[in-house]
Design a protein around this ligand. Structure first.
Ligand code: DGL
Length: 268
C-alpha cells in the first residue's frame, strides 16, 4: 500500500551553499528528480565560507535553515562541504525536516570503493575540521588519507578567472603537492571544485577525481524514496533561486553548471 502523503511530497526541497558551487549538486538533482519542487540559496554575502570560523558557519547555516522553515520545506540539502563539516553536527536535530549533508553519506560510499590512498582537496575550514579523514576512516580504517586546503580555488570559480595563468599555476601547485602522496583517487571536497575540471584535467587524468555530487544525489533519492517523500506526480517541478548579494555575478558564473534564469536577492 502506498501511504505517501501527497501534500508533504509536493513540498519543496531547499539547497544551500556559499555561492554557485552547490549548483554542481543541484544541477544533477534536477536531472535525476525533475518533478521535485526546489529552492536554492547562495549565501554570496558571506562568501567564501572556507575562511570562516565554526561559530560563523553555524550561524550562517541556522539563518538559511530558518529561512527554509518559513518556506515549509520537506528537506534541506547542504550542498556545501564546509557547512557539512563545521555546522551540520550542531544544527542537525534543531529542525523537523530532513537535513542532508554532503560529506557524511558520500564518504561511506567512497570508503568502500576500492581505492586505498585517497586525497582530498577542500577549503581551509573543511580541512581544519578533519571530518573527511574521520568519516572515511570510520567506514574503512585501512585507508591512507591526505587532505590539502586550496584557499584560492573558490575565488577562481566565483570570479570566473579560469583562463588566468595564475589560476592554472595555483591549481598545478596543489596537484604537485598531492601527487607526492601518490593518491589512487582525489575527492573534490568542495562543491565549487568540479567547475575547475577542465584545468585539473590538463595536469592529471580526469579519472583520478571524484566529484561527490553524483553519489550524493543518488543517496538523497534513495533516502527520499525510503521515507516516502519523493514527488511522483510526473510534472516538472518549480524552482526559485535566492542569493544574499550580487545576483548578476551569480547568474554569470553559474553558467557552466546550470542555466539560472531568475535570481532573487534575499537578505535573511
Ligand atoms: N562550496 C563550498 C564547499 O563545498 C564552500 C566554499 C567556500 O565558500 O569557501 O565547501
Amino acid at each position: 500500500m502506498n501511504t505517501a502523503n501527497h501534500n508533504l511530497n509536493s513540498k519543496p526541497i531547499g539547497f544551500f551553499d556559499s555561492g554557485v558551487g552547490g549548483l554542481s549538486v543541484y544541477a544533477r538533482f534536477k536531472d535525476i528528480l525533475p518533478s521535485e519542487n526546489t529552492l536554492y540559496f547562495g549565501d554570496t554575502i558571506h562568501l567564501p565560507y572556507g575562511n570562516k570560523s565554526k561559530n560563523e558557519l553555524i550561524s550562517f547555516a541556522r539563518s538559511i535553515l530558518n529561512f527554509y522553515k518559513t518556506k515549509d520545506v520537506k528537506a534541506v540539502v547542504i550542498a556545501c562541504n564546509t557547512s557539512s563539516a563545521q555546522a551540520y553536527e550542531t544544527v542537525k536535530d534543531e529542525y523537523e525536516f530532513k537535513i542532508y549533508p554532503i560529506i557524511q553519506p558520500c564518504t561511506q560510499i567512497i570508503a568502500s570503493g576500492g581505492a586505498k590512498r585517497i586525497g582530498v582537496f577542500a577549503t581551509e575550514a573543511t580541512v581544519k575540521s578533519g571530518v573527511y579523514t574521520k568519516e572515511l576512516l570510520k567506514h574503512n580504517h585501512t585507508l591512507l588519507i591526505k587532505e590539502i586546503a586550496c584557499p584560492n580555488w573558490v575565488n577562481i570559480v566565483e570570479s570566473g578567472k579560469y583562463k588566468n595563468d595564475a589560476s592554472a599555476d595555483d591549481i598545478k601547485q596543489h596537484l604537485t603537492e598531492m601527487s607526492e602522496f601518490r593518491p589512487e583517487k582525489i575527492i573534490l571536497g568542495c562543491t565549487h571544485y568540479p567547475y575547475l575540471m577542465n584545468i585539473l584535467s590538463k595536469f592529471a587524468d580526469k579519472e583520478l577525481f571524484i566529484d561527490p555530487a553524483e553519489i550524493f544525489v543518488k543517496y538523497i533519492k534513495e533516502d527520499l524514496k525510503k521515507s516516502q517523500l519523493l514527488n511522483t506526480n510526473g510534472i516538472k517541478g518549480d524552482e526559485e533561486i535566492f542569493v544574499s548579494s550580487c545576483p548578476e555575478s551569480f547568474k554569470e558564473h553559474s553558467k557552466i553548471f546550470y542555466n539560472v534564469k531568475n535570481v532573487t536577492l534575499c537578505k535573511i
